[in-house]
Design a protein around this ligand. Structure first.
Ligand code: NAD
Length: 247
């Protein structure tokens, strides 16, 4: 990451925060932590600053086209380019109640799908040759799960194929675009039903490695795709699920 300008959405918590810390430790010039939770993003930026790295908190609702334009323009004003974008912000489909609730469908599509679309749209305009976009999908973008809102599967499946379409389009520009598909991790801020210990242990029995993934394990996979180490990898899906989808 040395010398790279990095932006991670949903960077204030969970996977995004783990990647922000890793990118900073690996020498990124600047890590922009773009999130709706501005206080959390600011706290993480300060934490990175104490380690000698440069973290910048940016308020960004990934569903907001104008907000994307503003945040990207701010980064371009400081550096003239963005080298890495991780489209990681997401909300969970593990909710109690009506799994056909249409408001939740609209929210899931807006954040998890349109948010990634806008990240690619604004990202490629700010990126040059040798840049990398990493889109965070899920095992729910590959296989079904009875207990999740279908909007989660739909949005994460869309991320998988949007990634391949964008990779096909922007290879000629020297921009690589890949997706990461985590399995069961510590629960998302917005997860409800998968927080329940009974539900979690039931899912874990189906994981060949018999444990949940650690945030850092996903962050390392993102780091590979974000870095020049993966210079001939584009349009690929990297599954980080302890084997959940191989059985
Ligand atoms: P998390 O809830 O810990 O963090 C998500 C972050 O996204 C939060 O900081 C939240 O404020 C932010 N966010 C939500 N809506 C936003 C918006 N509209 N604009 C900007 N930021 C927004 O979740 P996590 O576990 O770190 O998940 C990160 C990604 O990994 C998500 O895309 C998620 O779907 C995916 N994922 C998570 C798991 C899991 O088990 N935790 C499994 C597979 C995939």
């Amino acid at each position: 990451m040395a010398g790279k300008v990095v932006l991670v959405t949903g960077g204030a918590n969970g996977v995004g925060a783990a990647f922000a810390r890793l990118a900073a430790a690996e020498g990124a010039t600047e890590v922009v932590i773009a999130d709706v939770l501005t206080d959390d993003a600011t706290a993480l930026a300060e934490e990175l600053g104490r380690t000698g790295a440069r973290g910048v908190a940016a308020h960004l609702d990934v569903t907001d086209d104008a907000a994307w334009a503003r945040v990207v323009a701010q980064v371009l004003g400081r550096h003239g380019r963005i080298d890495v974008i991780v489209n990681n912000a997401g909300i969970s489909g593990a909710i109690p109640g009506d799994l056909y609730d249409q408001d939740r469908w609209d929210q899931l599509i807006a954040v998890n799908c349109t948010g990634v679309f806008l990240g690619i749209k604004h990202g490629v305009r700010a990126m040059g040759r040798g840049s990398s976009i990493v889109n965070i999908s899920s095992i729910a973008g590959l296989v079904g799960h009875a207990g999740l809102h279908l909007g989660y599967n739909a949005s994460k499946g869309a991320v998988r194929l949007m990634t391949k379409g964008a990779a096909a389009r922007h290879g000629v520009d020297g921009i690589r675009i890949n997706s990461v598909h985590p399995g069961l991790l510590p629960p998302m801020v917005s997860s409800e039903t998968t927080q329940e210990p009974g539900k979690r242990s039931g899912i874990l029995e189906q994981v060949p490695l018999r444990r949940q993934g650690e945030l850092l394990e996903v962050a390392r996979a993102i780091l590979f795709l974000a870095s020049d180490e993966s210079s001939y990898v584009t349009g690929a899906e990297l599954v980080v699920d302890g084997g959940y989808t191989c059985v």
